[in-house]
Design a protein around this ligand. Structure first.
Ligand code: AMP
Length: 279
């Protein structure tokens, strides 16, 4: 496995490869969810490139950029044993050299609500870094987790609308045995918060039950039930919504498959989760 940090070296190496490349963009602190993405990459292509970059432009001023975990040696070992052929691990200065102008790419129709509302500027940063990674690594496939559903939809829309020659591969959310979605931020949780964090997946289970088993047609009723579950687990809810799975637009009635999106805070830790229901 090659560990590359410079953009010119990465481009030069890419030029030597004619086989399809599957890219797995990450911010590191790899867990089994990321490894599932790498596995998917291995299924799609012989060349599996993992980018590890804690992207400063997608963090707000009061967010956890500086304390975000960066266990690079561990991450490299995990990538190697998962079958990655390249790890691209640039510095912030290489990605954003002094004087770089702040190009903005956006999919405003789906980036304004939820994470976009809670984290102003977040999706500008995500879109910018993904386009940069796509241009540097020139992947045929790029694997993204359903765990970050709004991000996944934004990247799918960006690729479709800008005619990027990349197939986006959706990877289902990998969960702990009790249902908590794996996340690099779970390591911030103390024991009590770890128990409370289950409120998010429990809220999604309840939404699935109400829609698929009880046939509840009213999105507002399901949203209220999800909010109650989140609050009962001592999470401060950010949102609990039933939406159209492609446009993330509100629905008057649940008469088609939907996505349920939830986010909440435990102290300074913000967690999110989602589920596709009724498919
Ligand atoms: P991150 O390192 O958090 O930026 O995530 C990198 C990629 O891994 C994104 O496409 C995430 O959606 C995906 N990912 C994160 N957690 C999970 C999970 N529990 N299951 C599946 N994919 C995940």
């Amino acid at each position: 496995m090659l560990h590359l940090t410079s953009i010119p070296d990465t481009r030069a190496h890419r030029q030597t490869i004619s086989a399809p490349v599957a890219l797995v963009p990450t911010m590191g602190a790899l867990h089994d969810g990321h490894l599932r993405l790498i596995e998917e990459g291995c299924r799609l292509a012989d060349e599996v490139w993992v980018s590890i970059f804690v992207n400063p432009t997608q963090f707000g001023p009061n967010e956890d950029f500086s304390r975000y975990p960066r266990p690079i040696e561990d991450d490299l070992a995990k990538c190697a044993s998962a079958g990655a052929t390249v790890v691209f691990n640039p510095t912030p200065e290489a990605m954003y050299p002094p004087g770089a102008l702040d190009t903005q790419v956006d999919v405003p129709a789906i980036s304004g609500a939820f994470e976009g509302e809670n984290r102003p500027g977040h999706f500008h940063g995500v879109c910018r870094v993904c386009l940069k990674l796509f241009n540097i690594c020139r992947p045929t496939f790029a694997c993204f987790g359903q765990k970050d559903y709004q991000q996944l939809r934004i990247i799918e829309a960006l690729v479709a609308d800008l005619n990027l020659p990349i197939a986006i591969q959706r990877v289902p959310t990998v969960r702990e045995p009790d249902g908590l979605a794996m996340s690099s931020r779970n390591r911030y949780l103390d024991d009590a918060q770890r128990r409370h964090a289950l409120g998010l997946s429990k809220a999604l289970d309840l939404a699935r039950h109400l829609i698929e088993t009880e046939g509840e047609p009213d999105p507002a009723a399901v949203e209220q039930a999800m909010r109650d579950t989140i609050a009962a687990h001592h999470l401060a809810p950010d949102y609990a919504a039933i939406r159209h799975p492609d446009t993330l637009a509100p629905l008057a009635m649940i008469d088609r498959p939907v996505v349920a999106l939830v986010a909440g805070r435990l102290g300074s830790v913000r967690l999110l989760d989602n589920a596709l229901i009724g498919g």
